[in-house]
Design a protein around this ligand. Structure first.
Ligand code: ADP
Ligand code: MG
Length: 138
């Protein structure tokens, strides 16, 4: 069993895609074991994406991520990290496979509707960033 962090980004929330994304998650082999809505401050968004601080898109990305509310979830399942990355599709929606969340719903390389952890180490950091142990159901 593995856990991963999912975020429905501000574009997904404002475009009323929460239900559509959750529907895809519930059709998958992943189980939602924690969920909440929150609106990050700039500092919180910068902390979350600290690994990307040297990237040219860091300022724009963190601006975007604190521009409105997001839905954060913990997903659990066998190979949850790669299963969810496959369900999301490529970072650039133009390269995302048919049937993926980003291919169906994203409009922009930055505004790509969802986030998913990319490794066990980042999943542990990202889950702990948003959830304490009492907020994750057994
Ligand atoms: P992913 O979300 O697929 O793991 P990255 O971790 O590489 O992708 O990037 C984090 C987020 O930064 C992306 O989801 C996207 O919102 C944004 N991003 C990535 N690459 C670019 C880019 N070239 N231009 C603008 N925004 C980008
Ligand atoms: Mg990433």
């Amino acid at each position: 069993m593995q856990r991963t962090l999912s975020i429905i980004k501000p574009d997904g929330v404002s475009r009323k895609l929460i239900g559509k994304v959750i529907k895809k998650l519930e059709k998958s082999r992943l189980k939602i074991i924690a969920m909440k809505m929150l609106h990050m401050t700039r500092a919180q968004a910068e902390g979350f994406y600290a690994v990307h601080r040297e990237r040219p898109f860091f300022a724009s990305l963190t601006d975007f991520m604190c521009s409105g509310p997001v839905v954060v979830m913990v997903l659990e399942g066998e190979n949850a990290i790669s299963i969810y990355r496959d369900l999301m599709g490529a970072t650039n929606f133009k390269n995302a496979a048919e049937g993926t969340i980003r291919r169906e719903f994203a409009t922009d390389i930055e505004k790509n509707v969802v986030h998913g952890s990319d490794s066990p180490e980042s999943a542990a950091f990202e889950i702990g960033y948003f959830f304490n142990s009492f907020e994750i159901v057994k």
